[in-house]
Design a protein around this ligand. Structure first.
Ligand SMILES: Cc1cc2nc3c(=O)[nH]c(=O)nc-3n(C[C@H](O)[C@H](O)[C@H](O)COP(=O)(O)O)c2cc1C
Length: 445
């Protein structure tokens, strides 16, 4: 097979003890290690040793069931700033919500991370599907899906304007004339819209990569529209290669329609990895993890989503027909759940076990060779630009991925053997905002 000219992007999605619902109950993990700086730094260094593009932390500012699993969650940007000091190349992506935050604070926080890390920051834009979050922010009427996405659109627009309020070359640092920055290159934004009034400019100027990379993770209709307009990378849950290809084609077409170059948006489906020396060993590891799932909480969660009481969802029967129909308000993850149950004719128990593997993401148990095969197949046949690698347990599955899967991808000419750049944009192959023309010209040359 000829060597692909595209670059495969690999992001490590780091989640507490691992992505499996019961990861914290496994002997492979220390359940509260993820709250220690040494542990998260070591994970980031492992990802950097594997030459991965980036690491990523999700965030929902709401304490769920503290009895279900270790549920303290630290602010992603605080963790990433500490990790920045102990790494030099790996990209640093954190989640923040457009529904509960203010653009000026958020733009400043991520621009600060971008400056301190020398151009390695990324912001995962989410609208937050968990309505209980509102009560932590004095939001008595949680906005509906459409309104959340309308606010998100304006929020990202304001953030980009703030990040663009300093132009290239603004800092002249002329000691003899006593001029620090050229006033004509640092401008207010004077934004007045439906949700925000923001004067600007930002207190932080441009970084080595211009400004943080915009990442997005919603897959509903409005989610795709937002991604097409702004996102430079998209995290998504696609369970089959057919779904992956359909989503890829839809989003790339929407990006083109929005007047952007589709190559400047990288689509990264999630893959929860469970690795073994043989397929049987990997399968046994995955089964052992599934056996540790306590079904009570996910059962209640499913009942809440379907709009039915738990008693009407018996564990050993299929989902009843009376479940709530999915729509844009219920979000794309709920639609995925119903589709999974129906497609494979699962009982509620089987469905909960499947979901426990990775909250609706694709779970892949296999040998390093098999994981490399599936990555190659998706990448070379129009289903992805790379992957959001979601280790089932941490740190072991990440180490196994770096030590055993990455070398196979390198041997096949699919993945870098050294970092060529130092910013997140360079890793992903994205242009520096405001210098797109330069990027296009140099690529053409
Ligand atoms: C890989 C991945 C990571 C996500 N991380 C978060 C997160 O950290 N916080 C959050 O509120 N939503 C997160 N989401 C959910 C979406 O961003 C989105 O809010 C949700 O799916 C509802 O939007 P939708 O209906 O457009 O899909 C994530 C989704 C994916 C696929």
């Amino acid at each position: 097979m000829p060597k692909p000219t595209r670059h495969l992007a690999l992001n490590a999605f780091l989640m507490s003890a691992g992505h499996h619902e019961a990861a914290w109950r496994s002997n492979a993990t220390e359940p509260d290690d993820y709250l220690s700086l040494e542990h998260v730094v070591a994970l980031a260094q492992t990802a950097e040793r594997g030459l991965l593009d980036s690491i990523f932390f999700a965030d929902v500012p709401f304490l769920g069931h503290p009895d279900r699993r270790p549920s303290e969650s630290l602010d992603p940007t605080v963790k990433l700033a500490a990790i920045a000091a102990a790494t030099s190349r790996i990209g640093l992506i954190g989640t923040a919500s457009t529904t509960v935050e203010e653009p000026y604070n958020l733009a400043r926080r991520f621009a600060s991370l971008d400056r301190l890390s020398k151009g390695r920051a990324g912001w995962n834009v989410v609208t937050t599907a968990t309505d209980q979050v509102g009560a932590n922010y004095g939001i008595t009427q949680w906005p509906g899906h459409d309104e959340r996405y309308r606010r998100a659109d304006e929020f990202v627009d304001v953030t980009l304007k703030l990040w663009g309020s300093w132009r290239d070359g603004a800092v002249v640092g002329d000691r003899s004339e006593g001029v620090w920055a050229a006033p004509s290159l640092v401008r207010p934004i004077d934004h007045h819209g439906e949700f925000f009034d923001v004067a600007g400019p930002l207190t932080v100027g441009r970084s080595e990569q211009g400004h943080p990379v915009v990442v997005q993770a919603g897959s509903s209709g409005p989610g795709i529209a937002l991604a097409a307009k702004y996102a430079e990378a998209v995290f998504t849950a696609q369970r089959t290669i057919e779904d992956g290809r359909a989503f890829y084609a839809e989003l790339k077409a929407a990006t083109r329609k929005a007047g952007r170059n589709p190559d400047h948006l990288k689509i990264l489906p999630g893959i929860v990895t469970v690795l073994g020396g043989t397929e049987a060993e990997a399968r046994a590891k995955a089964d052992a993890l599934d056996d540790l799932i306590v079904l009570r909480h996910p059962h209640e969660q499913l009942a809440h989503a379907t709009g039915l009481p738990v008693e009407q969802l018996p564990l050993d029967e299929p989902l009843p027909a009376a479940v709530r129909a999915p729509d844009d308000n219920t979000g794309s993850r709920y639609a995925l759940t119903l589709e999974l149950a129906r497609r494979d004719n699962l009982t509620v128990r089987e469905l909960l076990r499947r979901l426990g593997g990775g909250r609706g993401h694709r779970v892949f148990a296999g040998t390093p060779e098999q994981v490399a095969d599936t990555i190659e197949l998706w990448f070379t046949t129009g289903a992805s630009d790379g992957f959001n690698v979601m280790p089932a347990t941490l740190p072991d599955t990440l180490e196994e991925f770096v030590d055993h899967v990455v070398p196979i991808l390198q041997q096949r000419g699919l993945f870098r053997t050294a970092y060529e750049g130092s910013t997140l944009r360079e890793h992903y192959g994205l242009p520096v905002p405001g210098r797109e023309d330069v990027a296009e010209v140099s690529r053409a040359g």
